[in-house]
Write a protein that binds this ligand. Sequence first.
Ligand code: ZN
Length: 110
Amino acid sequence: MKTVTPTTTRTMVVYLLHLRRKLAHSQHYIGFTEHLDKRLTDHLCGQGARFMEVCFERKIEWRLARAWQGAGREFERKLKRRHGAASICPLCSGKAALRRAVFNEGRKAR
Ligand SMILES: [Zn+2]
């Protein structure tokens, strides 16, 4: 097992988008970026991810539900494997979701 130590100050962000209605049985999109603002702007135009492209085509509204600053791809994969984004989405589960995601605390880049 290799330990990766962050050596740069780039801000990696894992983000969770909440869709107004379901698309392909999912009401959430989890993504990873180093430029959140740009990435969200891309998604608004239907760019950046196939899933968001379809959202755009079907005019499904969405909003940023949550963002984990300093979280990397490993965390993104972990969230995607959990298959129950609603349980960590504040818009779906309120404060309970925020408590559930505490498992990320030890992983934040310093
Ligand atoms: Zn949600």
